[in-house]
Write a protein that binds this ligand. Structure first.
Ligand code: HEM
Length: 414
């Protein structure tokens, strides 16, 4: 058995090492090794791994790269995972994975309804939900931040925002959990396919009915009604586009925001000075959110497909290959952020690509920032004497949507 050090490993072996469960608690030394090698072509995967901040930023705007990633993973002729009687909307790609002009058109229509104003009106409700979670935490001496706060908040918030009846919210908690592997993309490929495909079909059926119902009787203050009314130059969203977008909002905003909250709490517990600073000044919560997005981002990477032969640094990238942008490695590029391995919400400038960059920049970032800010400030304010029960806590298998499965905290009262 070989015991090669990281610096002796081939790019392909480094990827293997990254995929090992033992690497979950701290993948950052492996990212540093990737970064030391510059843009790295991995022949066995027909993929380029990019880790420099400037390179990632430039490539995320490069029109020679396509966001239609399924073309790499599901070449023409791949089996259709859905049953024949599934609603048509389920086969419609999310605009997250579309290129112009389709992406531009859909994003414009959705942005006209999902605005800063729609998000801002959620602030009171987010604050109330966070307080209810922390009230329940007061019952015991230990509190699992994951199940007790982080996991339930984002899906409840987006359901309320959309106008899903409260009695049905639990359905979405189940479906979004089943669908996470779809976004993760790199964990145990092929494993558990039926589970996510089933969750996807059930969710589409439900949302199809909900949209039909709202079309019959629109409301004043919910996002589904606003999406139904969205118009740009006489253009509107078709029924299937609307359903597909609602499912995208539910899935894209769930696990990502869950992990923002949990990764943020974990970083604060490991840096008690910064936790105390947040307790003393809740106004610094936004800075803690931005530093968490940089230091331990909920979305570690994204990918594009090369539309034509191209070169990145010294690497040649043939048309059709995958370009993996390791955002979490780019955030620790010392040229972008000095002293990058230090968690420091008080740094003068935080540069991160945690919400992506360019045409696909996260549409839900104002909502994620709001939830992160309210949850972290309330945790610091209310939980007295918090300490990690296990360090490192247990991690979920996901490579991309990085996060823990449990975050037990002992405390002296809430
Ligand atoms: C896109 C991260 C929360 C909806 C993205 C992208 C990233 C990201 C990195 C770009 C992907 C790419 O370029 O391939 C995050 C993180 C979040 C978060 C870290 C939480 C901390 C949300 C929320 C929503 C949302 C709450 C909606 C409710 C979207 C949508 C896109 C997107 C619709 C696609 C935009 C487009 O393709 O034009 N997000 N996201 N996200 N996100 Fe988020």
């Amino acid at each position: 058995m070989s015991h090669a050090t990281n610096s002796e490993m081939s790019g392909f072996h480094l990827v293997g090492k990254l995929l090992e469960h033992a690497s979950r608690p701290d993948p950052y030394p492996i990212y540093a090794e990737f970064r030391a090698r510059g843009p790295l072509w991995i022949e066995e995967m027909s993929s380029l791994v990019v880790t420099g901040y400037h390179d990632c930023e430039t490539l995320l705007r490069d029109p020679r790269l396509s966001a239609e990633r399924w073309r790499f993973f599901q070449p023409d002729g791949a089996a259709d995972p859905y049953p024949q009687d599934a609603p048509a909307s389920v086969r419609r790609p999310w605009f997250l994975s579309l290129d112009p002009p389709d992406h531009t058109r859909l994003r414009r229509l959705v942005s006209s309804a999902f605005t800063a104003r729609t998000v801002a009106r959620m602030e009171d409700s987010v604050t109330r939900l966070v307080d209810e979670c922390l009230d329940r935490a007061a019952d015991g001496e230990t509190f699992d931040v994951m199940s007790g706060l982080a996991y339930s908040l984002p899906v409840t918030v987006i359901c309320r925002m959309l106008g899903v009846p409260q009695a049905d919210e639990r359905l979405f908690h189940r479906w979004t959990a089943q669908l996470t592997r779809l976004l993760d993309g790199f964990s145990n490929p092929g494993d558990g396919n039926e589970e996510w495909a089933g969750g996807m079909v059930d969710m589409h059926r439900y949302v199809n009915d909900l949209v039909a119902e709202r079309r019959r009787s629109p409301r004043r203050d919910d996002l589904i009604s606003e999406l139904l009314a969205a118009q740009e130059g006489g253009d509107v969203l078709s029924h299937d586009e609307l359903v597909s977008t609602i499912v995208l909002l539910l899935v894209a905003g769930h696990e990502t925001t869950v992990n923002l909250i949990a990764n943020g709490v974990l970083a604060l517990l490991r840096h008690p000075g910064h936790l105390a600073a947040l307790r003393a000044d809740p106004g610094t919560a936004s800075a803690v959110v931005e530093e968490t997005l940089r230091y331990d981002p909920p979305v570690q990477l994204t990918a594009r497909v090369a539309k034509e032969d191209m070169s990145v640094g010294k690497a040649k990238v043939p048309a059709g290959s995958l370009v993996i942008l390791l955002l979490a490695a780019a955030h620790r590029d010392p040229e972008a952020n000095p002293d990058p391995d230090r968690f420091d919400p008080s740094r003068e400038q935080v540069r991160h690509l945690g919400f992506g960059f360019g045409p696909h920049f996260c549409l839900g970032s104002p909502l994620a920032r709001l939830e992160g800010r309210v949850a972290l400030a309330a945790f610091a304010r209310r939980v007295r004497g918090p300490e990690l029960v296990a360090d490192p806590p247990p991690y979920r298998e996901h490579i991309n949507l990085r996060g823990v499965s449990e975050l037990l905290v002992s405390h002296a009262g809430v």
